[in-house]
Design a protein around this ligand. Structure first.
Ligand code: ARG
Length: 459
């Protein structure tokens, strides 16, 4: 097969070289974007009188037929035609001869590939946004059921203060809200049309870039042809945004893994999202959560990979940039697998309210509130801290907790205590008393759930 760029060559490339530099194995997934971009380009060439209108119409019609044939699996690509752009052009020329050869007028594969990947990323950002939205809905709805499900809040993985499961879930909703906003922001900078940049220095043909921009649903076009062909910031931003999403999923997975252990028993994953062991009959493993946590590493890797690929590239296009796609595609695929699995896993897990409650009561999570009670009786906070610290030590030595001490035991450590302390340090009181914006009280959490519901209606 002769190359579309074969004119200045006398010998053909070696077949291993063909294999080495070909990208068709992975860039074929952009065939729809490539053809859609070519149709707009052909329409513009005709409208501008750069090629005859009848050629433009034939190109557009044939491109649509090629698209249909690819959709229906009727076309197999050829590694020798290098990439998706030249495979499609080759097919076009096979079908309509010289007219097919006019398509590439005023265009280079450099601006063509920049266009295709931008179109591809735009579409996938929208898909991932939808998955994040579904996850937020599940979390917000789950929170509605758990505004009174008391659990220990942790710092240093040590029981710290009582919160509710709803409060915990809504922390993640906040993270995913930010992720959604980051995707939207990445979308804005991806939504810029590079065609017309040519190979690097634009073109001598009177292209109508605004027309193509509008036809393809872009917001605007790139303002410097060198930048137009060499910018991959939007890919890096996407990978960075996806890395942050994975980091959030991974943290949540880590908690779910801990919570499903016998040591915690805060949740039980549904059988559909756990696996057994081939040797240990008792095991029910949180494999899905572990895999999501594990896959986070790769997504970070794709980000580092592309940052590193780009760091030394002189302007404008360099073939190194062909390396952008596999990481971007793989990261998108990873997110599109992890998000729905995660959402369903959380949606179907059983929440063990009793164990959460017992863990909250047994872990001195009300110690701060006991100290605050003393402060309200006029004791300076540092002294109160010291008194409660002594009481906690006493409890540890006597294997009991603050709620179960007798008034005599309290008063043996400080005469300030009276029986109203009991009511002030129930875990329910500890939660309800934290009725500031941001806190776990049922009242505030209900308002946050409503705010989230309204937000979810707007996206
Ligand atoms: N397959 C190439 C890529 O993905 C397309 C652009 C090729 N341009 C070139 N001048 N060789 O980057």
């Amino acid at each position: 097969m002769s190359k579309l760029w074969g004119g200045r060559f006398t010998a053909s490339t070696d077949s291993f070289t063909d294999h080495f530099h070909s990208s068709i194995s992975f860039d074929q997934r952009m065939y729809k974007q490539d053809i859609t971009g070519s149709i707009a380009h052909a329409a513009m060439l005709g409208k501008q009188g750069i090629i005859p209108m009848e050629d433009s119409l034939l190109l557009q019609k044939t491109l649509k037929e090629v698209l249909e044939d690819i959709d229906n699996g009727k076309i197999s690509f050829d590694e020798k035609a290098e990439d998706i752009h030249m495979n499609i052009e080759t097919i076009l020329i096979e079908r309509i001869g010289d007219v097919g050869k006019r398509l590439h007028t005023g265009r280079s594969r450099n601006d063509q590939v920049a266009l295709d990947i931008r179109m591809y990323v735009k579409e996938e950002i929208k898909n991932i946004e939808l998955l994040i939205k579904e996850l937020m809905e599940v979390l917000n709805n789950l929170a509605k059921k758990h505004t009174e499900t008391i659990m220990p809040g942790y710092t240093h993985l040590q029981r710290a203060q009582p919160i509710t499961f709803a409060h915990h879930l809504l922390a993640y909703v906040e993270m995913f809200k930010r992720d959604y906003a980051r995707l939207e922001d990445t979308y804005k900078r991806t939504n810029v049309m590079p065609l017309g940049s040519g190979a690097l220095a634009s073109t001598t043909y009177p292209l109508d870039r605004a027309f193509v921009t509008e036809q393809l649903g872009f917001d605007s076009y790139t303002l410097n042809s060198l930048d137009g062909v060499s910018d991959r910031d939007f890919c890096i931003e996407l990978l960075s945004t996806l890395s942050i999403i994975m980091m959030h999923l991974s943290r949540f997975c880590e908690e779910i893994i801990l919570w499903s252990s016998h040591e915690f028993k805060f949740v039980e994953l549904s059988d559909a999202y756990s696996t057994g062991s081939s040797i240990m009959p008792q095991k029910k493993n949180p494999d899905m959560a572990e895999l999501i946590r594990g896959k986070t590493g790769r997504v970070y890797g794709y980000l580092m990979g592309l940052l590193t690929t780009m760091k030394g590239l002189p302007l404008a296009y360099n073939k190194d940039m062909q390396e952008d796609k596999e990481g971007v595609f793989a990261a998108i695929d990873t997110l599109k697998m992890c998000l729905p699995v995660f959402t369903a896993m959380v949606d179907t897990m059983e929440v063990k309210k009793d164990t959460m409650y017992k863990a909250t009561k047994g872990g001195f999570t009300n110690a701060t509130d006991a100290a605050d009670w003393l402060v309200k009786q006029g004791v300076p906070f540092r002294d109160a801290h010291e008194i409660i610290g002594k009481l906690v030590l006493y409890c540890i030595n006597n294997n009991t907790n603050l709620d179960d001490l007798s008034l005599e035991e309290y008063q043996a450590i400080s005469p300030v205590f009276n029986k109203t302390v009991y009511d002030a340090i129930t875990v329910e009181k500890c939660v309800e008393a934290r009725n500031v914006p941001g806190g776990p009280s049922k009242e505030y959490i209900a308002s946050l759930i409503e705010l989230n519901d309204n937000y979810l209606k707007t996206i």
